[in-house]
Design a protein around this ligand. Sequence first.
Ligand SMILES: O=C(O)CCC(=O)C(=O)O
Length: 262
Amino acid sequence: MKFSLCQMDIVPGDPEANRKRVQEWIESTVQNENPDTIVLPEMWTTAYTLPQLEEIADHDGEPSRSFLQQLAQQHDVNLIAGSVANKKEDGIYNTAIVIDRKGNAVYEYDKAHLVPMLDEPQYLQGGKKRPEVFELEGLKIGLIICYDLRFPEIIRPLALDEAQALFIVAEWPEARANHWENLQIARAIENQMYVLSANRIGNYNGVEFSGRSMVVNPWGDVLEKGSQHKEEVITTTLDLEKVKQVRKDVPIFESRVPHLYD
Ligand SMILES: O=C(O)CCC(=O)C(=O)O
């Protein structure tokens, strides 16, 4: 399966403008790269305009879900469609959305860990469920949102449930770019799976975002890395034999001692 990771800038607080941009990104990515799956960054409808979210967040995933379903179907492409600010009954969540190429809503996940450094806990609710493995065309996938990357506790169960690739949708700041890069490599090595990420670029409210969207193989080799400042599309294919091979060569899942871990 061929994946295109969209390393975009985001217009703060203007979902309509961002939907227009995402539509253009999807159209040009399909035309230029012909991927099976396109990946978008975190909170791409609004960016981190937290005090405005009461007015501009989606309601129960709409209109983003329908907008993405229509685009996926029209362009015959799966969408790991980043995340959006999403108002539900008890507050606003940071919700990741996955749509398949037929326009089916395959999976949604509310970001579990809220970032104190960006004041998320003041404005958002943390997701109540851990991420689960879902499938796109036979590939077993885990999906997390940005700060979740710091919590191996929620990523290990995805590997134990046979995920072959972990996707990270993000707005990770430049100030902690070394954590961004090294944690992705660590998660790939310790879980012996591909790690692919789509991070935003640009600035908002004095925070510079770090780009550097990545593709890391299950051995921990960085196969692709976006630049720091430029909008770009990174396209890659995955060799699933590599997951099997690494798990065979260093059989950590057979060496685990679960009763020591509680
Ligand atoms: O963990 C970090 O340093 C950044 C996390 C973040 O920016 C986010 O989750 O949006």
